[in-house]
Design a protein around this ligand. Structure first.
Ligand code: PGA
Length: 257
């Protein structure tokens, strides 16, 4: 099964409006300079700017470049001060919503249950959803990695139909590797991805599992991307730090070709 690779940049709370406009233009210039992006729209590229910078990035989208939101609320509208709904994101012209990132879970108390509500709201509004899962360092040391992945995946994808899975991407992001410079070894990352794919086959069917893209995230960079992306079950990357450096991000895209 050949899955088109997806390289996504999570800009987190970086790049205000003018910086974001400059970053996306610099990135496109890097990619255009050697025609890195993209033959037959593959690899796909995606960036998640902060909400307030979307206006600067969206006009640059098109072709293989899509834009997503870093979070979404589950209600369509209502008394939820500070939140943004899925229909609002869809109306804006966004393609994806990032769901359940470990920083949302760690700093904002988001749970598997709320990830599931957010993911289903995104799908209902016609968006694609990227569900982030991953174990902490302590959980890995205790041998709980698969147990945690299974819990997060089962909850996160609860009540999602096989048909809707065509609009879902899973991002495996070991929490201990995010922003730390520590990357999972190629073998450990591949093992986790293969496990996630086997769970998808149980939850849905083999065909859905084979078609679903599973990205790796956690200190992916220009130096380690090729090795990780060569693993059979790694279908792309969710990149934080290196996505803010156009030359580095372009190298990762090249490694995905
Ligand atoms: P990192 O972040 O690449 O800086 O480790 C990845 C992420 O948080 O998605």
């Amino acid at each position: 099964m050949s899955r088109c690779k997806l390289i996504a940049g999570n800009w987190k709370m970086n790049q205000g409006l003018s910086q974001a406009g400059a970053l996306i233009k610099a990135l496109k210039a890097e990619l255009d300079s050697d025609k890195t992006c993209c033959s037959a729209n593959c690899p796909e590229l995606l960036v998640f700017p902060p909400f307030t910078s979307i206006a600067a990035v969206l006009p640059e989208a098109g072709g293989c470049l899509q834009v997503g939101a870093q979070n979404v609320h589950w209600a369509e509208s209502g008394a939820y001060t500070g939140e943004v709904s899925a229909p609002m994101l869809k109306e804006l012209g966004l393609s994806y919503a990032l769901i359940g990132h470990s920083e949302r879970r760690q700093y904002f108390g988001e749970s598997d249950e709320s990830a599931n509500l957010r993911l289903r709201a995104a799908l209902k509004a016609g968006l694609k959803a990227m569900l982030c899962i991953g174990e902490t360092e302590e959980e890995r040391q205790l041998g709980l990695t698969n147990c945690v992945l299974e819990r997060q995946l089962r909850w996160g994808l609860s009540q999602v139909s096989a048909a809707d899975m065509s609009r879902v991407v899973v991002a495996y992001e070991p929490v201990w590797a995010i922003g730390t410079g520590k990357t999972a070894s190629e073998a450990d990352a591949q093992a986790a991805h293969a496990f996630i794919r086997s769970l998808l086959a149980q939850l849905f069917c083999t065909d859905t599992a084979e078609k679903t893209r599973i990205l790796y995230g956690g200190s992916m960079n220009a130096a380690n991307a090729a090795g990780l992306l060569a693993q059979p079950d790694i279908d792309g990357g969710l990149i934080g730090g290196a996505s803010l450096k156009p030359a580095d991000f372009a190298s990762i895209v090249r490694a995905a070709k």
